[in-house]
Design a protein around this ligand. Structure first.
Ligand code: GDP
Ligand code: IMO
Ligand code: MG
Length: 422
């Protein structure tokens, strides 16, 4: 049995939570493989609206096992609050969730370091969600980190103190350090709460699921254009958001990967700093933000908005080996007379379809324009109901990328989804 992967192909917030929730009833196992509470994955079904940060989006489906993989960084305080609000909805989260021993912990001092790093960067700040992601992954690759498996060891507190002291030295180099003893107490309490969950050897557990013919769906966080290697560095997150991250973040061989399901919005958004060639700073951009309710699910920040960038999308498809596409939120463009997509870049006066290495490069997109469909897509439930102009837009994207679009999401609710016949 295979591991299928759901990935964001842009700068995050493509709608991964919704699609994982939609697909979850056909997968007995859902696994997060990277990122941490910088993620905000929204789910809507019936009257319920929920934003998940650390827990995989299969948690609301009966009979689904959810695994937080070794590639994830976990903040026990956020995790506890999240699980308690899931339990408050009557969902037995402790029965439906397992956590890999090798996943790393985010400490309160990681969060202080994140804020200090960003403040020191001034105008060149990354625009981090300030959840401690960068410092936690730095400690992981620097071989200093604390892992979930450590919490049951007798020397856990001693290990914590050593790491905290390292952080304090660093923090003092930025200026006076605020008292965070209350946060520490809350953190230690949340670590105790974590012990109530099944803490497993994730790599064995997941490979055994596959051996027992249980299909796994890996749920990516962020998006390929925020990948630490292939995104617009340094304006990226600190993990491997691309498909390869699913192998290292779960302990599953690339040979076992089946479908790679790439998710993209019918336009683009980005939160935080960094290049965004098709960004619209005019009324059209404002209209996309308004119609699409483009405000961060984790931070509430307004998202930057712009036209669909096919140069960047094709790049992500190449890196990830995407086998099928899911188009999200086309309904947001329902009222537009014209819809544009970038098909090339002009860099230093020359046309190219290569994403530039230099984040300061002046990039002017070359657009192709489409007639707007001017119809309410949110009520469409079958492909035959979709307007001609919309299908022209779809066909162009498929022919440009060479990958079929297999699902259309036309509203936030589970039901507002069209899965195309093979
Ligand atoms: P994720 O991080 O990729 O899971 O995406 P987010 O949850 O951060 O952001 C996606 C937002 O769009 C959420 O508010 C969703 O409820 C909403 N959404 C998802 N799919 C659709 C869609 O097809 N149409 C509309 N209008 N909203 C959608
Ligand atoms: P989901 O999973 C959108 C962005 C931040 C910032 C950069 C680094 O919901 O799609 P970090 O907190 O990782 O140090 O921030 O990455 N970012 C996201 N943008 N969606 C996300 O997650 C993001 N997670 C991080 O805004 O620009
Ligand atoms: Mg999000």
């Amino acid at each position: 049995m295979n591991l299928d992967v759901v990935l964001g192909l842009q700068w995050g917030d493509e709608g991964k939570g919704k699609i994982v929730d939609v697909l979850a009833d056909t997968y007995p196992v859902i696994a997060r493989f990277q990122g941490g509470p910088n993620a905000g994955h929204s789910l809507h079904f019936g009257d319920t609206k929920f934003v998940l940060h650390s827990v995989p989006a299969g948690v609301f489906r009966k009979g689904t096992m959810n695994v937080i993989g070794n590639g994830v960084v976990l903040d026990p305080i956020i995790f506890k609050k999240e699980c308690e609000s899931i339990e408050a909805l009557g969902v037995p989260v402790k029965e439906r969730l397992e956590i890999a021993k090798r996943a790393h912990l985010i400490l309160p001092s990681h969060i202080l370091l994140d804020a200090a790093n960003e403040a020191a960067l001034g105008k060149s700040k990354i625009g981090s969600t300030l959840k401690g992601i960068g410092p936690a992954y730095s400690d992981k690759t620097g071989r200093n980190g604390l892992r979930i498996g450590d919490i049951v060891e007798s020397d856990f507190k001693a290990k914590y103190d050593i790491l905290k002291e390292k952080h304090l030295k660093l923090l003092k180099s930025y200026g006076p350090v605020e008292d965070f003893s209350e946060k520490e107490a809350e953190w230690m309490d949340a670590v105790e709460y974590l012990k109530q969950f099944r803490i497993v050897d994730g790599e064995y557990e997941l490979n055994q699921f596959l051996d027992r013919n249980k299909k796994i769906l890996a749920e990516g966080a962020q998006g390929s254009m925020l990948d630490v290697d292939f995104g617009s560095y340094p304006f990226v997150t600190s993990s491997s958001t691309a498909c390869a991250g699913a192998c290292t973040g779960l302990g599953i061989s690339p040979k076992r990967i089946g479908k790679v399901i790439g998710i993209f919005k019918a336009y683009c958004t980005r939160v935080g700093s960094g290049p965004f060639p098709t960004e619209l700073s005019d009324e059209t951009g404002e209209q996309i933000r308004r119609n699409g309710f483009e405000y961060g699910a984790t931070t509430g920040r307004p998202r930057r908005t712009g036209w669909l960038d096919l140069v960047a999308l094709k790049y992500a498809i190449m890196i990830d080996g995407v086998t099928e596409l899911v188009m999200m939120k086309a309904d947001v463009l329902d009222t537009f007379d014209k819809v544009k997509v970038a098909v090339k870049y002009l860099v230093n006066g020359e046309e190219t379809d290569v994403v530039p290495f230099d984040v300061n490069a002046e990039v002017t997109p070359v657009y192709k324009e489409f007639k707007g469909w001017k119809r309410d897509l949110t009520k469409c439930r079958r492909e035959e109901e979709l307007p001609y102009e919309f299908m022209m837009y779809v066909k162009f994207i498929e022919s440009y990328t060479g990958v079929p679009i297999t699902i259309f999401s036309l509203g936030p609710d589970r039901e507002q989804t069209i899965i195309r016949e093979e």
